[in-house]
Ligand binder design. Sequence first.
Ligand SMILES: Cc1cc2nc3c(=O)[nH]c(=O)nc-3n(C[C@H](O)[C@H](O)[C@H](O)COP(=O)(O)OP(=O)(O)OC[C@H]3O[C@@H](n4cnc5c(N)ncnc54)[C@H](O)[C@@H]3O)c2cc1C
Length: 394
Amino acid sequence: MIYDYIVIGGGASGLMFASQLKNNKSLLLEGSPSFGTKLLISGGGHCNITHGGSIKDFVDCYGEAGRRIRTCLYKHSNLELIKLLEDNGIATYANEENKIFPVSMRARDILDLLISRAKANGWSLHANAKVKAITEQGETILVHTEDETYEARRVVIATGGITYPKTGSDGSMFEILKSLGIEVTELHSVLAPLTPEGYPYGELAGIAFPDAVVTTGTTKKDRHTFRDALLFTHKDLSGPAILNISRYTPEGTEFSINYIPDVEDPFKELVAAVASSHANYANIVADTFGVPKRFAEIIVSRAQGTRKATASRDGISLKCIVELLTNDRFIVKERGDNGMVTMGGVSLKEISTSTMELKNHPGIYVIGEALDVDGITGGYNLQFAYSSAMAASS
Ligand SMILES: Cc1cc2nc3c(=O)[nH]c(=O)nc-3n(C[C@H](O)[C@H](O)[C@H](O)COP(=O)(O)OP(=O)(O)OC[C@H]3O[C@@H](n4cnc5c(N)ncnc54)[C@H](O)[C@@H]3O)c2cc1C
């Protein structure tokens, strides 16, 4: 039998594709024992499926790739995805940051919907069917697993990236694609925590700043800034502000943190507070800027350690304290390999971004995270899984 479609990869994008296309000569091959494992852990199991607001604002959320996938996003937007879910009985809600979740807060509900729609569309879904090779024979494409060779007119690569390999997305497909002469850009784990050199906040694990500004780069071109929550863990910095900047901060890069971005003139405020109080500096810093006391203690002792000529009456430079609060500079020692998405993948130069078909391999399509597209936190990656799947299936 020659299948009309074979989808390789039963994650978010592969299942979205199968759930949209009616065809009873279609097969989906998933390498791991179960479908949608990464989808199930998305959003901490709650699945932040997309973001609210205008689709135009999405374009800036995928680094350099944003402009190139604009048409695909506009054509198959967040509103279309939300409507699809709502029309199929999955009510959604937007949290205070406009991130969209199912009201049930269960990623499982979304996975169940995709699987049941794919089956209703006539698809055969095979788990434990890891694809080892793809070959082309005229207009027919052969897909080889350990035990079988399947033939298809069209093949959709939906095998994801390299992060969280235990979910099945182990990057093995990239070698297969390279062997076909397809360009795969350098692969990195991003949306990852950052371990700075001389990390001073390990003992503050669990302390979070709801609104911090993280910046890297010095020129207009390489400067990137994210304003969001930031979290100290025992060994690294995490939270959305850090995860989002991580694609721009490989090992050795410098970045800085402003923990109090809303304070207009922190130096003036600190000088005034010190003049009117006999409390120790840590207490003054904590009270004046509303930061945790233990954090203020570390800031003050670091300021003491980096004493400058402008030292105040206690030998501690207020300027130095303010500098650490507003421009705490670090060098990245390690960018975690446990990032949530992969930067890099099949080069966008290889595909038509309106159909996701490979230009030099007609009949083979690439969708989702297998492409060189990665979004920031907030539902942008699952939105692209959907938009690209829709573009390929229409
Ligand atoms: C912890 C975590 C939380 C996340 N939370 C969110 C979130 O809330 N919102 C959001 O937008 N994004 C989130 N993401 C990112 C999002 O889950 C992914 O971008 C998305 O799942 C990518 O979909 P995909 O179908 O392209 O790849 P995947 O979901 O990775 O699916 C790829 C599938 O292909 C299979 N496969 C791989 N190689 C082969 C092969 N050779 N043969 C057969 N099958 C193969 C894999 O087993 C896997 O099932 C999160 C990611 C992680 C790790």
